[in-house]
Design a protein around this ligand. Structure first.
Ligand SMILES: Nc1ncnc2c1ncn2[C@@H]1O[C@H](COP(=O)(O)OP(=O)(O)OP(=O)(O)O)[C@@H](O)[C@H]1O
Ligand SMILES: [Mg+2]
Length: 244
């Protein structure tokens, strides 16, 4: 069973991942070491192509990595079967994808309800929670809309509501404010901070958006498939990057 004595929400050790083989092989992760603690909002920054989305997908269990170890709340992902992995993800992880991945044939409320429905919650309860969360992300009264009729920023907020609705312990966000204006970006970051502070939970955010950096507890900088530096931001001693 899970052993989480160190209070790590995520503990990544020497993880590598290469896409493809031979001359066209792309080493995306080259021995990543990384951790995120319970109760923190951790940001990951770094140039395009440095492996941020690949790392998030490995942590979420949607991408098989080649070598190394990833523990999420003390459970070792590399030891899980495919079914165990899906069950674990369904219950413990909320993922906000870089490209939203909303289901176009479902309206906003139905999209947000999906994680609850697949966890066995009744439709009535699921839709009530979905409406409440849509209001929290600033989309009150828009629940009946198809994603096709929503702006990019509105779609992104539906995706955020969907990642939070089943109250997962770990929320993984790939560029969650990329389509949002300043006001909505700040609203979403306040919400994510509140979630991160709840007992036993953690939020990991990949971002290029320097308007939201001050919301981080710690900042991890990736370079070319590795973690280069980690810095304490809120409550830390320094606001500059320190070697990992
Ligand atoms: N499915 C895939 N097949 C082949 N190569 C891939 C695949 N996914 C990612 N890569 C490659 O792995 C490297 C890391 O990609 P990744 O998407 O993790 O970068 P990123 O840091 O998220 O970039 P961005 O900031 O642009 O989103 C890149 O060189 C990319 O081309
Ligand atoms: Mg990416």
């Amino acid at each position: 069973m899970a052993d989480n004595k160190n209070n790590y929400a995520v503990h990544v050790r020497d993880v590598s991942k290469t896409f493809g083989v031979g001359a066209t092989a792309v080493p995306a992760l080259k021995g990543v070491n990384f951790d995120a603690r319970e109760g923190e909002l951790l940001m990951i920054v770094g140039p395009s192509g440095c492996g941020k989305t690949t790392l998030l997908s490995a942590i979420a269990g949607t991408l098989q990595f080649d070598t190394g170890e990833i523990d999420v709340f003390g459970s070792a992902l590399q030891k899980m079967s495919k079914n165990e992995n899906s069950a674990f993800r369904r219950q413990n992880i909320g993922f906000i994808f870089q490209e939203f991945h909303l289901i176009p044939t479902l309206n906003a409320v139905e999209n947000v309800s999906v994680p609850l429905l697949i966890n066995g919650v009744s439709r009535a309860v699921a839709e009530r929670k979905a409406h409440a969360l849509l209001a929290q992300v600033g989309l009150e009264g828009r629940g009946h809309e198809s994603p096709l009729n929503l702006s990019g920023g509105q779609q992104q907020r539906v995706a955020i509501a969907r990642a939070l609705v089943h109250e997962p312990r770990l929320i993984i966000c790939d560029e969650p404010t990329s389509a949002l204006d300043k006001e909505n970006g700040a609203r979403i970051m306040e919400l994510l901070r509140q979630v991160a502070r709840a007992p036993g939970r953690c939020v990991v955010v990949v971002t290029h958006d320097n308007r939201i950096f001050h919301h981080a507890d710690r900042m991890t900088e990736m370079e070319d498939g590795r973690v280069a530096r980690v810095a304490e931001i809120n409550g830390g001693h320094s606001s500059s990057f320190i070697p990992n």
